[in-house]
Design a protein around this ligand. Structure first.
Ligand SMILES: C[S@@+](CC[C@H](N)C(=O)[O-])C[C@H]1O[C@@H](n2cnc3c(N)ncnc32)[C@H](O)[C@@H]1O
Length: 294
């Protein structure tokens, strides 16, 4: 994508971010924008063509479909279990259209759908993307089966997810931060999610008719200045405040335990430091015909 268009695409998203109050959709969009920075080459090498029919599952606020629809006239569907996120995706779609950033608006749609029960015909999509969704699922195998069902024979799939063992920092996180991070992990596991799912993705896919083409660890690493650490801390603090009610409701932590860890961490001095975050990316191809599956 030419740089000018890339900047315009992000300027629509940036201005939408400013419109969103401090809310869950805003935090997700910020998260996705950060993540998307490393995805230019990944999406380019996925090679979406104008005659492809593409599904982005767990699309969030739709960054991947917008990116594809600004470069190709492929038919693209973004789906997500959250009706709220899909409503926002549709609003952003209108703004993208107003800014003339989409090659053909009629080829792009968003709808509510659960990855474990997709409302699409079998053998329908030629390309599927699933970025950071498996880590939220209680039944990843059922999800993989659905992805296989809706894929055409020969379809390409790109699945990426986290694996907590690939997150390293220097200095090490403080005990107070470890406590807070444990609360986040427990909350996600409690809902059936899995923060070490990255290493399992290729096994899920290969068990449902996909042949694994490539498995890659994509890493972001940087030395953050103390100002950047401040920015990161503010971001994490907002996420933690948003998660606190759910953690209390589920009895994972008491108010005083949460507040004590949170306030201790908040008051800790900020130093510059090293961060590496790795994610696992699996490319696979559908090789077993649905009709031949038992
Ligand atoms: C971390 S976000 C990733 C968003 C987007 N894929 C991205 O990379 O920018 C995880 C997304 O998965 C969605 N999700 C979680 N469970 C889902 C399910 N069962 N079916 C479909 N989407 C789901 C969430 O609503 C959320 O939008």
């Amino acid at each position: 994508m030419p740089t000018a268009i890339k900047l315009q695409l992000s300027s629509v998203v940036d201005s939408y971010l400013k419109e969103l109050g401090n809310s869950d959709p805003k935090r997700l969009l910020e998260y996705s924008v950060n993540l998307h920075g490393a995805w230019n080459n990944i999406l380019d090498s996925f090679g979406v063509r104008d005659d492809d029919v593409v599904l982005d599952v767990g699309t969030g606020l739709g960054l991947i479909p917008f990116d594809i629809a600004s470069k190709t006239t492929a038919k693209v569907v973004g789906c997500d279990i959250s009706a709220e996120y899909i409503t926002h995706s549709k609003h952003i779609l209108e703004k993208m259209e107003d800014a003339k950033l989409l090659l053909d608006k009629t080829r792009l749609s968003f709808e509510v759908a659960d990855i474990t029960s997709l409302p699409y015909s079998s053998n329908f999509f030629s390309k599927i993307i699933v970025r950071e969704v498996f880590s939220y699922l209680a039944d990843p195998y059922q999800a993989a089966q659905e992805l296989s069902r809706v894929s055409k024979l020969g379809a390409d799939i790109l699945v990426e997810d986290i694996d907590d063992s690939l997150y390293i920092t220097h200095p090490l996180p403080s005990p107070a931060f470890e406590t807070l991070f444990d609360i986040v992990k427990t909350l996600q596991n409690d809902k059936g999610g899995d923060r070490t799912v990255g290493r399992k993705l290729s096994t899920y896919l290969s068990s449902v008719g996909f042949s694994i083409v490539d498995v890659e660890v994509i890493t972001e690493s940087s030395h953050l200045s103390s100002e950047q650490m401040w920015g990161e801390k503010e971001f994490i603090a907002r996420q933690l405040i948003a998660l606190k009610p759910q953690a209390l409701e589920r009895g994972i932590v008491t108010v005083s335990e949460f507040d004590s860890a949170f306030n201790t961490w908040l008051l800790e001095e900020i130093h510059s430091g090293f961060r590496m975050n790795g994610r696992i990316l699996v490319r696979a191809k559908k090789v077993v015909d649905n009709l031949q599956q038992p």
